[in-house]
Design a protein around this ligand. Structure first.
Ligand code: GUN
Length: 299
């Protein structure tokens, strides 16, 4: 299998981490220890695994992190109260409430309660609004921010090209569209956002110079939906049953990788593509938040 068209997310994430680490060192020499608080509600195994990965990344970079785990049945008011406390805790510069939350908790309310200054997820309406308006200084959601960084660092032309995004979620699809259509360097793309009610999704995909799949349907994108030479980014993480696997399932993306790789100009592996970038952008956002809150600025 030719591997020369792979976008190595792990390697690119390491480049971002190296930059972040030097900012951690600078903050610490100015007497600031960047602090990140994770909040998990319930015991979703995937959320536990994701938060675990983020904790390890923080530790490696010298960012102090702590995780608060609340029981599944925690009332919404209790979670909001905790967030209000974290908002005024000077040792906590970033707060991340891992989604999905249990059904009785209103996610929108939760994300709106985290202070915009500590919203390293970029989910608060103030940060979402800044992104939409192209205003500097807000926090960009980590997964679409990571995809953007992958494209830039892989030398993919974004300016003027056709981008098709599959999925209109608030965490990936919508902010991804907002990032790529900005009137800015490394943006200026023509963006089409497809979703479950779109007509002729395959037709849209075939026009894409950059195709970003983030709709959560295992192996949805087939070879005949991809323009030869296109850049293909797989954000999907889907569980498919596999009796041969140790856990009884395996994780696959939204792209039929084996079929699409020979057609694509560049393609992300999955795992090893977007996932490491999400974590890298979270760490970068955290260090920026620490800098901004302590008067140290922060790019
Ligand atoms: N669940 C899936 N992706 C994310 C993310 O980027 N942030 C949070 N907080 N939860 C998620």
């Amino acid at each position: 299998m030719p591997a020369d068209n792979l976008i190595d997310g792990r390697a690119i994430a390491q480049e971002v981490h190296a930059d972040t680490e030097s900012r951690v060192v600078a903050l610490k020499s100015a007497g600031v220890e960047p602090g990140l608080r994770f909040v998990r509600v319930g015991d979703d195994p995937a959320s536990r695994a994701y938060v675990g990965m983020k904790e390890r990344a923080a530790a490696k970079l010298g960012i102090r992190s702590e995780t608060t785990v609340l029981p599944e049945e925690t009332p919404e008011a209790e979670l909001l109260e905790l967030l209000e406390k974290l908002n005024i805790d000077p040792a906590v510069h970033g707060v991340l409430v891992q989604a999905p939350l249990p059904g009785h908790i209103d996610e929108t309310k939760v994300f709106s309660t985290v202070s915009p200054a500590k919203d390293v997820d970029g989910f608060h309406p103030v940060n979402a609004g800044k992104l939409m308006l192209g205003e500097a200084g807000g926090f960009v959601p980590c997964t679409p921010g990571g995809v953007h960084e992958l494209l830039i660092r892989s030398g993919v032309t974004i300016e003027g090209v056709e981008v098709v995004i599959l999925g209109r979620g608030n965490i990936v699809g919508k902010p991804m569209a907002a990032i790529l259509c900005q009137k800015k360097q490394h943006a200026n793309a023509t963006v089409t956002l497809c979703h479950s009610r779109s007509r002729d999704v395959a037709g849209h995909c075939r026009r894409a110079d950059i195709l970003v799949a983030a709709m959560g349907v295992a192996g949805f994108v087939k070879a005949d939906m991809v323009k030869p030479g296109a850049t293909v980014i797989d954000v999907g993480v889907n569980r498919v049953e596999d009796p041969a696997a140790e856990k009884g399932y395996r994780l696959v993306g939204d792209i039929d990788f084996t079929a699409v790789q020979p057609v694509a100009g560049k393609i992300t592996p999955n795992p090893g593509g977007v996932g490491p970038m999400t974590i890298a952008m979270l760490m970068r956002n955290t260090v920026r938040a620490a800098g901004q809150q302590t008067g140290g600025g922060g790019r």
